[in-house]
Design a protein around this ligand. Structure first.
Ligand code: MG
Length: 452
């Protein structure tokens, strides 16, 4: 069946895959399903005002009352939906994708993106041609919504303001021309930080850098941190839910390590708590969480699955290796600005430089690979891998994950979009991870060959 929703809402190239007609119909379908009061927000993309208008029209056409939140980050809209007990939200954004893309994230009343099952219900309505429109005298109305101010107050309520203000920290902020620019600098200022900025003018063409913060595109931020003598740097993705940190020496630390850093503090303050993450996550998280007396709940890969697992099991901390930190006391979703505030608090209270805090975490080598596999053989290959696996710990939460006594592990996942298996591996040295990938590549190739 042709699907509307991908792993993170509906996405596509604007005016090609994603059209005004499609967004109007999607919004009407989502509105008919969710009903009542729906918040609408948008990121800073050049096509976002156009799609925002389409989303509003679709919602009004089925009688929804629209709470127009304007331009903001995804976590701000999510907070408003939950905080104001609305019936849902539509966020016009393509997150970290290139500027020609756009999309819609559908938010449930609990503030988290809707579940796979709810997506299917909305897809059903959409592919039937949309819901019955309301009669002329029952269409909805639009009302403005200020979501940012209450959000800022909520973020600050989780932080020990006095400690952070006393520390007089200096932070360099790279918003990547995205909408985190509308919250992160204000929060840092409220926390008494000196602020240096780069790419904090919201610009949907993303002239400063690509919208996805990666280790290889944050040179500008690293240079700013060093030149300004900042204590840290933080970079956000286009819709402000992901954050990547740079230490005082200008070194970029990938999300698996910042998640572990914040999780370690969370467990120290909440002994015995659980932390949710995907099976593909680095063992560094499990190491620090179990050392602190907590435990890790593993989920399938994908931020929505992690958030939904947190809600279902009452888990208050979650993380994704690409820089998604989910702090449950605020909301069980990824939130870059909240993550920034938590890291500032850790820095202030520890009194240590960020590089030293990161150096306290165990270090692993990771590697990814891909192996071709015809679509029709994927299921069988996985089953055979499972049967023949010679490892003390075999997990089948998402694909097949084999863990070995020396702490190393390998995960095989069939791609949902390409005729390949993805292989993820981690070990305590580059040599060991190299060998691990080589051996397991050979293993799955022989399994596929035996089936074909
Ligand atoms: Mg994002």
């Amino acid at each position: 069946m042709v699907r509307l929703f991908g792993t993170n809402g509906v996405r596509g190239v604007a005016n090609e895959e994603l059209t005004v007609e499609k967004v109007t119909l999607l919004a009407a379908s989502a509105g008919a399903y969710l009903g009542g009061d729906i918040a609408v927000g948008r990121d800073g993309r050049t096509t976002s005002p156009m799609f925002r208008n389409a989303a509003v029209s679709g919602l009004l056409s089925v009688g929804c009352r629209v709470r127009d939140a304007g331009m903001l980050s995804t976590p701000v809209l999510q907070h408003a939906v939950k905080h104001l007990r609305l019936d849902g939200g539509l966020m016009v954004t393509a997150s970290h994708n290139p500027p020609e893309f756009n999309g819609v994230k559908v938010i449930a009343p609990d503030g988290v993106e809707i579940s796979r099952e709810q997506e299917e219900e909305i897809e059903d309505i959409f592919f039937r041609g949309g819901p019955e429109p309301s009669p002329w005298n029952r269409i909805g109305r639009t009302q403005p919504l200020d979501a940012i101010e209450p959000y800022n107050r909520a973020v600050l309520s989780h932080i020990d303001l006095e400690s952070v203000r006393e520390a007089n920290l200096k932070i360099a902020i790279d918003a990547g021309n995205g909408v985190a620019a509308l919250t992160a600098p204000d929060i840092a200022r409220e926390l008494g930080c000196g602020i240096e900025t780069i790419n904090v003018n919201v610009d949907g063409r993303f002239p400063g850098r690509e919208s996805e913060p990666r280790s290889d595109n944050l040179d500008g931020l690293s240079a700013l941190v060093e030149a300004s003598g900042s204590d840290l740097g933080v970079a956000f993705d286009g819709d402000g839910d992901r954050s990547i940190f740079v230490d005082e020496k200008g070194e970029v630390h990938w999300g698996d390590r910042s998640v572990a850093l914040v999780a370690r503090e969370f467990i120290a303050r909440n002994p015995g708590e659980r932390v949710a993450t995907a099976v593909s996550s680095s063992k560094v998280l499990e190491d620090v969480v179990t050392a602190g007396g907590g435990s890790v709940v593993y989920t399938r890969v994908g931020s929505v699955v992690i958030s939904r697992t947190m809600v279902e099991h009452g888990i208050m901390f979650g993380g994704e290796e690409n820089g998604g930190i989910m702090y449950g006391p605020q909301l069980q979703v990824r939130d870059g600005t909240m993550a920034m505030a938590l890291v500032l608090e850790i820095l202030a209270k520890s009194g240590k430089p960020l590089s030293e805090l990161f150096s306290e975490l165990p270090r692993y080598s990771q590697m990814k690979a891909r192996v071709a596999c015809p679509e029709e053989l994927k299921e069988e290959a996985l089953a055979k891998l499972r049967e023949s696996a010679d490892a003390p710990r075999v997990e089948t939460i998402d694909g097949v994950k084999l863990s070995y006594p020396d702490g190393s592990w390998v995960l095989f996942r069939p791609s949902g979009t390409e005729p390949i298996f993805r292989i993820y591996a981690e070990a305590d040295s580059p040599e060991r991870v190299d060998k691990l990938v080589e051996e397991h590549k050979a293993l799955i190739e022989s399994v596929i060959k035996s089936l074909g």
